[in-house]
Structures are given as structure tokens and as C-alpha cells.
Write a protein that binds this ligand. Sequence first.
Ligand code: NAI
Length: 391
Amino acid sequence: MFNEEFQLDAPIRWGMVGGGRGSEIGYSHRAAAQRDRLFTFVAAALDLDAERGRDFGTKLGLAPERCYPDYKTLFTEEAKREDGIQAVSIATPNSTHYEIAKAALEAGLHVICEKPATIHVEDALELKALAEKQNKMLAVMYGYTGFQMVHQAREMVRRGDIGAVRVIQMSFAHGFHNTEIEKNSPGAKWRMNPEVSGPSFIIGDCGTHPFYMAGMITGLKVKSLMCSRQSFIESRAPLEDNAHVVFQFEGGAVGTLWASAINSGSMHQQKVRIVGEKASLEWWDEYPNQLRYEVQGEPVRILERGMGYLHNDDPGVSANRQGGGHAEGFFESWANLYHRYALAIDAYNRNDKAFLESHWYPDIDGGIDGVKMVNACVKSADNGAVWVDYD
Ligand code: NAI
């Protein structure tokens, strides 16, 4: 059972860049970070519109003088305070992640960055090197990987319950952009602009999630891939709103990814199916409390969250916060991840390398992998859906 009494010596003083009023993902960060009282929200540059950001920040309880007009002022002014921020989350559009994360690390902050981590692979590699130099945590918000049943799948693969992995099927295919909604939605509009979104829309926006999750569950690395992408809403070209990717993994496994924003009628269809030589596992984010376990020749088993037969890889974190039967969801997954980030930050501050080596959280390596995958897909698709080497 989750231990809510566990606390650090003091909560981590935490700020945000982006995630302003009306943003899609700002509230999720604030709700998750503050859930276990491990982070205290004290300062921010929440919005491109400084006045709106200040008004929103004060209504979230920030002191007016700590609602800053932009991220540079946030980092400079907070560094002057004895009680200045120690960590920051970046929830701005994709093209800004690199410069903001770089400035945050240079200011000596721990960083939680939204995905895709950057647009260019070199930028993500540079951020990794900078974080190492500064001895700071650099995490990437792959928010679906805090679910207990995802960790259960990871452990089952690790202990050999399904045998060697042969096939990985991934999808994140929703229908929310089956018409040109970007005409009336600022959050959708920047996603269709290559200068802000990067060279891909839906592979980067959604495909990176199951891709990271499958890698986390199986530990397999991609060798090469082939991608076909389309813009069914023509005005989105060259960015795709639908893509199919075929993967070859090191060691012989193969896989597919369907990333789509035009899967009419679908809510998410974020699924990861791992086929092993003895059995298969399947997790679906619309039913996150369940994990399908299908052994060849036996009836299907639906494993339920919160039950004693599950492996519990860390009773303090990715455990059930509530007994089985009470549904947990998105916010619990995010809170589990923020809990892990807090423990990592604490370990960095104490220079506890042994803890960090055994402590899992979505780090910049996963971020680099996502950016690599997106860029390799674009290269493949734009050269006629050819096979390209991953590295
Ligand atoms: P959005 O367009 O809804 O909100 C962006 C917010 O950032 C706005 O408040 C805007 O004013 C602010 N902003 C933009 N540039 C800024 C800057 N330079 N300084 C300060 N504030 C700035 O965008 P959304 O959907 O919230 O996405 C933000 C990021 O989060 C994207 O990278 C996206 O890929 C990622 N995301 C991740 C999700 C996940 O599950 N991990 C889900 C949704 C989005």
C-alpha cells in the first residue's frame, strides 16, 4: 500500500514555465506535483501573455511578485532569493523546451520537461550533458508510465512470464482532430506549425507515449524503422495527422506503432501489446486498472490493480493508493511520477549515487529516444517509407 506519511526533510520549492490559464496540461502538473506534499508551488512564468500569467498565478495562490513575465526573469530573480525555486517544470510548446531547459539547468535547477523533450536530437544530447555537469535531475513527463499495471507488465516481462519478446504492438490513435479544429483552438494550432511543433505532429504528440512505455516494459532498443505518414487534413502538410511505423528491435523482435489524430470515434486507443513466446500482455490507457495476461492455450486473465498477486516494485511509489476495486487513473499515474521525481531530486541533493542507480523515473534518455524516433520516422516517411537505421 502506498505510504503517504513518507516525506522529505522539507518540500521541494517548485516553479512552472507554461501551463497557463486554459492550457491543456498545466493543471495536471500542479495537481500531481502537490499531491503528496513533496513539492510546494512558489513561483512561475505561466503564460506568454505576462499579465494573464500574473493574474492566473495569483489566483492559484502565488505571491504577485513571484509571477514573472518570462522564464529568464523567473530564473534570475528566484536565484537571488534564499527561498528561491529548486526545481521547475516546463509545460510550453515543443520548440521552446530546449532553450528553457538549458536556461533552467544553467541556473542550477532540477528540471521536469514535457515531451517531446526537444526538436533536434543534438539538443536533447546537449541537455543531458549539461544536467550531468550540473548534477541535476532532468526528467521527461511521460505521464502514463506511473500506472501500477504498467509496472506490473514490466516486471512480468523481466521475470520471464511471457518468454522472449517477439512482437510489440503500439498505438495512440484518437479522433479529436478528424476535422480542422486548429482553426478555433490555439492549443491545436501550434501543434500543426512545424516551427513550433517540430517536424512531426502526431508521432511526436502521441506516438512518443506508447513508444516510451514499450521500451520501459521490455527494455528493447530499436535497430531500424520504416514509417508512412499522411496529412488527411491537407492544410496540415507537411505535418502528419496519421502514421504507421514498423520497427525492428535489437535481438530479433519486431513491432508496429499507429499514431493518429483522425481515428474518428476513438477516445485514445493508447495500447501496448507485448507478445512473447509463451504469452502476451496488453495494457490500454482507457482501462488503466487492468492488465490482460494471455497464456497460449489458457483462458485470458485480467489482472486487477491493488491485488495481492501483483508484484510491487516499490511499495512507496508505484503502489496502489487505494484498495483494489476503487478506480485509479491519470492523476495517480502522474502523482506517482512526481513522487519519483521528488525522490530523485532529494538523492541528487544528497549526492546519493547508489539510490539514483536503482531508482527508476522517466529520464532524459527516454526523452532522447523519443526525439530520435520522431526524426527517424520523418526521414523514413519523407524518403518514400524506406527502412532507416535508428542510430
Ligand atoms: P497549450 O497550448 O495548451 O498551453 C501552453 C501554455 O504555455 C500556455 O499557457 C502558453 O501561454 C504558455 N507558454 C507558451 N510559451 C511560453 C513561454 N515561452 N513562457 C511561458 N509560457 C509559455 O499547450 P499544452 O497542450 O498544454 O502542451 C504543452 C506541452 O505539453 C507540449 O510540449 C505538449 O507536447 C505537452 N503535453 C504533454 C502531455 C502529456 O501527457 N505528458 C499532454 C499534453 C501536452
